[in-house]
Design a protein around this ligand. Structure first.
Ligand SMILES: *[C@@H]1O[C@H](CO)[C@@H](O)[C@H](O)[C@H]1NC(C)=O
Ligand SMILES: *[C@@H]1O[C@H](CO)[C@@H](O)[C@H](O)[C@H]1NC(C)=O
Ligand SMILES: *[C@@H]1O[C@H](CO)[C@@H](O)[C@H](O)[C@H]1NC(C)=O
Ligand SMILES: *[C@@H]1O[C@H](CO)[C@@H](O)[C@H](O)[C@H]1NC(C)=O
Ligand SMILES: *[C@@H]1O[C@H](CO)[C@@H](O)[C@H](O)[C@H]1NC(C)=O
Length: 399
């Protein structure tokens, strides 16, 4: 064994990827999805100023069963790829790997091109390596992906730069966040194919990251089904915030990040998203539905009430609404949101530890009864979020 700890944690560069391990458990394949529909080529947009209904298919059919909800999630993944994030390529033709003192070297080959990247495994506690990181359990180890190496995120001129684009072409539609998700998938491929590499429990894989990398962590959790626990930290607009609510905040005079600003700032989203940024009511989804793609797996959103730019009202309303997905599935406590102010951006305050620890205990440890009921903000009056103003659909009880 390369790591002495029995729990293994994977982190990305800043979008930390938490992987937890106990021995070499493997994950059974997911049940077949049945006949999921394919999105029509000519999508009919209709303006919806409220948060769209996660439980109704594009064709108007309601979601009643878990199998139908899986299909609805596939539909929503298609919508996000087409209109916001770009296409996540399938597993590439060939992946080889080696490990040296815990660091992994991964070489991916596809259609005659190859790239090599090196996720690292720090030996010190994660917070000493990355100050912008939630505290990880003492018996956890980490894998860190240098996500900028995969898809650069300096500014708007970073489009198409990074090893992902060396492999798939600078014209790939994938945004940087989808490219990172792809790379995380390749790390998990390696762990699955060579379990001895890092003593990883494949049933306890997690992801975390803060700020822009918190956005990336949420997208990874939404698109990579092998991730058990997703913990975006202070991801703001473009992460745990909803575009529509952020727009409403700005029009009410709060200087906060919105879709129209974000697409000029960086390459986190695909160019196809540009057409919506001045009228987000046309989007057939919002980020409560991005979060809902993580279900039935676990999601804990760590957020900051004190920084307007992050859109605290937006994140609170969006994630409180996202919890309806887990409510519908009968597991509301598998998704939490904890929003606390009075601290620097990405500095995890000790007061939030009691919200975080039960998630690790329940989903990475061996305490299935840990209390993970965490839906809270320290913002006054629930930050003024009124469900009825944003939600005009009912939460079904999915069978
Ligand atoms: C692993 O990667 C880290 C970060 O790049 C580096 O400091 C360390 O020397 C590497 N260890 C090995 C054995 O290559
Ligand atoms: C691909 O991208 C290059 C610039 O990198 C551009 O000149 C070219 O037109 C693009 N091709 C297609 C098919 O979009
Ligand atoms: C913006 O102000 C309107 C009118 O007072 C209010 O209904 C709405 O909830 C506010 N938006 C947010 C995000 O608080
Ligand atoms: C959105 O509106 C702004 C301000 O009017 C404009 O500068 C920008 O080009 C518009 N963006 C798109 C993608 O149409
Ligand atoms: C779990 O925690 C929540 C929030 O603190 C609390 O309301 C609830 O009573 C707790 N449940 C149990 C079974 O202790």
């Amino acid at each position: 064994m390369l790591l002495k700890q029995s729990l293994t944690t994977i982190l990305l560069s800043l979008p930390a990827f938490v992987l937890s391990a106990r021995g070499h458990h493997t994950v059974p394949p997911p049940p077949p999805l049945g006949r999921c529909g394919v999105l029509p080529e000519n999508f009919q947009f209709k303006s919806d100023p409220k948060l769209p209904d996660p439980f109704t298919f594009v064709n108007g059919a309601p979601v009643e069963t878990k199998l139908e909800f899986s299909c609805r999630q596939e539909e929503v993944r298609q919508l996000f790829q087409r209109f916001e994030l770009g296409t996540l390529p399938p597993k590439p033709e060939k992946i080889t790997s080696s490990v040296s003192n815990g660091n992994i070297t991964i070489t991916v080959t596809n259609e005659g091109k190859s790239i090599t990247f090196n996720p690292t495994t720090p030996t010190q506690p994660m917070q000493q390596v990355h100050s912008q990181c939630i505290p990880l359990p003492a018996n956890a180890a980490s894998i860190v992906l240098n996500n900028n190496d995969i898809a650069l995120q300096n500014d708007a001129s970073s489009r198409g730069i990074g090893k992902f684009y060396d492999l798939y072409g600078t014209n790939a539609t994938a945004s940087s966040m989808i490219a990172w998700t792809w790379a995380i998938g390749r790390i998990i491929d390696v762990l699955e194919s060579t379990p001895g590499h890092l003593n990883v429990d494949l049933t306890k894989i997690g992801v975390t990251g803060c700020s822009r990398n918190g956005k990336g962590a949420l997208v990874a959790g939404a698109f990579e089904p092998r991730i058990t626990l997703t913990i975006p930290q202070e991801s703001g607009s473009g992460g745990a915030g909803c575009w529509r609510i952020s727009d409403s905040m700005l029009s009410n005079g709060t200087v906060t990040q919105t879709a129209s600003e974000i697409v000029q700032e960086n390459v986190w989203f695909s160019v196809a998203f540009d057409q919506f940024v001045n009228d987000t009511s046309l989007l057939p989804f919002d980020h409560h539905m991005l979060a809902g793609l993580v279900a039935p797996r676990a999601l804990l959103v760590i957020d900051n009430t004190g920084i307007d730019w992050l859109g605290p009202e937006s994140v609170w309303g969006c994630m409180k609404t996202a919890n309806t997905v887990w409510q519908a599935l009968g597991i509301p406590d598998h998704m939490g949101v904890s929003q606390v102010g009075n601290h620097d951006h990405c500095a995890f305050p000790a007061i939030e530890q009691p919200d975080l620890t039960p998630f690790f205990d329940k989903f990475f440890g061996n305490n299935p009864s840990a209390n993970t009921t965490v839906i809270k903000t320290d913002g006054a009056d629930g930050l003024g979020f009124v469900d009825a103003q944003w939600i005009d659909w009912k939460v079904p009880r999915i069978r």
